[in-house]
Write a protein that binds this ligand. Structure first.
Ligand SMILES: Cc1ncc(COP(=O)(O)O)c(C=O)c1O
Length: 382
């Protein structure tokens, strides 16, 4: 269209236009981890906490099996998947809701329980979806301070007001990799008014190998105001399919079922999920692999003079000096040039750190070798 006509048309546009509800324009849209490293011969994506082992071969086969029936709508209630999860965890399938990733469920919980002027608490370096989901409802995100990059129960309880409706707690937390022992989660729950919904986001639960950790199943089963969210994106290696689930009290399940998309889990995701949750051997191998390389990376990077926050998940948070030549931004540049994509975590209030997913042996060794060279560079000063 000629420029004169375009400008004429734009002058004719009315001044008034639709505006989003309060809160929407305060949202900083979620920026996923980078996926490319221009110029690098080979790319190692270590930026989104995906598994280096991929999904169970049985899940891939089940996924392929759906290809012959793409014209049919899926079962809107995801019955087979809920039953498979129920069998695997000993849960009543009627108290499970599946979603398009656990992001979907976190957002649905916010929509179901928050309104204009309400408050939802998350911790300083909590998962970014919590403030996004909160703001999208017109409610206010309230930040509770952490201690040593770990959720602090006293700080969360101190942040509770008359307006608090939800507490979001990632346990373990992303991007710090730290966790709260179960007795602390119980103490948090005891301190919350019954009207406050405690959302335990256990996306990384399978990776945790600590006797004092629990994902929250027991607490959900014995209370009326706790929900646990889980994902197939991490240990099950199905991030591309977008699949998560939550376990909650009957009344919360009922509320979420009323507002979720009628077919929010597609047939391929559902079939792959059923197979994945049944392949306990694959999960065990993934846990063992992660345990070995998490410890190796933590020790090897620590020896370079960098601080690594002790993690129980499938990623580590690496803290860099603020000295010119040694900063997180400069390290990121050097790593990216070699195809090693870590996650910048400035948006999480951690501008001097990078988060690294546990990767393949090749990727892990390459990161350590590259960081060793980086730390030995002569050009640091200041
Ligand atoms: C703490 C936490 N919760 C939830 C999610 C989202 O998982 P999903 O892929 O199921 O939406 C992530 C993904 O990074 C996460 O780190």
């Amino acid at each position: 269209m000629p420029i004169e006509i375009m400008s004429m048309l734009s002058q004719q546009r009315p001044k008034e236009r639709p505006t989003p509800r309060p809160g929407i324009m305060a949202i900083h849209a979620y920026v996923p981890g980078k996926a490319s490293a221009p110029g690098a011969a080979k790319v190692y994506k270590l930026s989104s906490n995906e598994t280096p082992l991929g999904p169970s071969p049985q899940a891939i086969e089940a996924y392929r099996g759906v290809a012959g029936h793409l014209e049919d709508y899926p079962d809107g209630a995801a019955t087979e998947l809920r039953e498979a999860i129920g069998r695997a965890f000993g849960l009543d399938p009627a108290r499970i809701v599946c979603g398009f990733g656990s992001d979907d469920l976190l957002t649905l919980l916010a929509r179901a329980y928050l309104a204009d002027g309400d408050e939802a608490i998350h911790t300083t370096h909590g998962f970014l979806v919590y403030p996004i989901a909160t703001l999208s409802t017109g409610a206010k995100p309230v930040v509770a301070a952490e201690t040593n990059y770990t959720a602090d129960v006293d700080a969360i309880l101190a942040a509770v007001t008359e307006r608090t409706r939800i507490v979001f707690l990632a346990n373990p937390n992303n991007p710090t990799g730290t966790y709260l022992p179960f007795d602390e989660v119980q103490r948090l729950h005891r301190g919350l008014p019954p009207r406050v919904l405690l959302v335990l986001d256990a996306a990384y639960a399978e990776y945790v190998r600590r006797n004092d950790y629990q994902s929250g199943i027991e607490l959900v089963a014995t209370s009326e105001n706790v929900v646990m969210c889980r994902t197939f994106s991490k240990i099950h290696g199905l991030a591309a399919l977008r699949l998560g689930w939550m376990y909650g009290p009957e009344h919360v399940v009922d509320a979420v079922n009323r507002i979720r998309g009628p077919f929010n889990v597609n047939a391929a995701a559902s079939a792959a999920g059923v197979a994945a949750v049944g392949d306990t051997g694959h999960v065990e191998r993934s846990v063992a692999y992660n345990g070995k390389w998490l410890a190796w990376l933590t020790a090897a990077i620590g020896k370079l003079g960098l601080t690594v926050t002790p993690s129980v998940a499938n990623f580590i948070l690496i803290h860099f000096p603020r000295t010119t030549g040694r900063t997180a931004a400069e390290a990121d540049k050097v790593l990216t040039a070699r195809g090693l994509i870590l996650r910048q975590v400035g948006a999480y209030g951690l501008p001097h750190a990078l988060r690294m997913s546990v990767g393949t042996e090749e990727a892990n060794r390459l990161v350590v070798a590259t960081l060793a060279e980086f730390m030995a560079r002569p050009d640091a000063h200041g």
